[in-house]
Write a protein that binds this ligand. Structure first.
Ligand code: TXA
Ligand code: MG
Length: 316
């Protein structure tokens, strides 16, 4: 299959209408989309990514009116989060309506929904005229793509179209919050901080699976976000040891002058760290870096999501 690379939302939307897959930009990372109501197209997403069948997808919307077809009902907690954070990098989990094929939610009776705050994503979703189910547009297990070139590196020849745009502004995935119970549970921390959610619903807390083999959010049990290189978390650049000529470093603090690495990214702040991380991982892979030292950050604000991704990338 030849993959069409275009910046025309109309051209990209036409592939969706033919039941094909389109990668598209959002403010978090690029997504791999299909018409949520077409089971065959959804199945292609799982096949192309090599995604385990028990890992559910997020449904992307352009308009609030789409919620009526996707969710059985809007819980009061979800209503509050939607009011504060839509459009934006928050995904809410709601009771699934019977119109959403089971395959989208991997058989669960819930559905995850998000409204991206991204102009091109919004125009693309409008042009499709239908809600779009989309995971991140990477091969399963690889870092999420934050550029169209990263999508191409993973999926060229396997999907019909890549809608190209700039590098994703945020660079880490959305926060996923389950709003079906009495207390909101964060299933995946991301671009919306725990503190921001708690300022709207103070009881919000992180979900801690009792049994990691069957967590409520199946994505948790899989190795994620990992570059080929070995990821090593350090608390300060001074802790770096066993460096060799194919090592790299990313962090807030610069390296002492005696420590030399093949590649480094010194981040201005936590947002820059989030923005750069996956891109840096992929750049390191492209030049054959073997070990990436990543400086730990305080687990506040987006720092909590950065540490989550670093730990997952290091756990391999
Ligand atoms: O920022 C994002 O969220 C990006 C862009 C493209 O929107 N999407 C994304 O999708 O990161 P994906 O499939 O890579 O991650 C979705 C996560 C997975 O961990 C999955 O297990 C969880 O959301 N999830 C989806 N639906 C769920 C549900 N009904 N219940 C529990 N967890 C769910
Ligand atoms: Mg993903």
């Amino acid at each position: 299959m030849k993959t069409k690379i275009t910046s025309s939302v109309l051209e990209a939307a036409r592939f969706i209408l033919k039941g094909e897959l389109v990668a598209f930009p959002t403010e978090t990372v690029y997504g791999l989309g299909a018409n949520v109501f077409e089971e065959q197209a959804i199945q292609k997403i799982f096949d192309v990514k090599g995604r385990p069948a028990d890992n559910p997808l997020i449904v992307h919307i352009a308009h609030f009116s789409e919620l009526g077809l996707l969710a059985k009902r809007l819980t009061p907690i979800a209503g509050k989060f939607i009011e504060h954070f839509f459009p934006g990098p928050l995904t809410v989990i709601l009771p699934r309506s019977k119109f959403v094929p089971k395959i989208v939610s991997a058989g669960l009776d819930t559905v995850a929904v998000r409204m991206p705050a991204h102009q091109v994503a919004h125009r693309f979703l409008e042009a499709c005229g239908v809600s779009i189910a989309a995971p991140s547009a990477n091969l399963s297990g690889r870092p999420s793509p934050t550029t169209w070139q990263a999508v191409k590196a993973d999926l060229d020849g396997k999907i019909s179209c890549i809608l190209k745009d700039e590098q994703s502004q945020i660079g880490l995935e959305s926060t996923v919050v389950d709003c079906t119970g009495k207390v909101p549970l964060v299933m995946r921390i991301g671009a919306v901080s725990l503190e921001a959610l708690q300022s709207v619903v103070p009881e919000t807390r992180l979900y801690q699976p009792k049994n990691l083999k069957s967590p409520k959010s199946p994505g948790m049990k899989y190795r994620h976000y990992a570059p080929h290189a070995h990821v090593c978390i350090v608390h300060s650049p001074d802790d770096i040891q066993s460096l060799n000529s194919s090592s790299a470093y990313i962090g807030l603090h610069n390296l002492p002058s005696h420590i030399k690495v093949a590649k480094k990214h010194i981040c201005h702040d936590l947002n820059d760290y989030a923005h750069a991380l996956y891109h840096f991982f992929r750049e390191c892979d492209a030049v054959g870096i073997e070990k990436i030292f990543c400086e730990a950050v305080a687990e506040e604000g987006i720092g909590l999501a950065i540490m989550d991704r670093l730990r997952k990338a290091a756990a391999s």
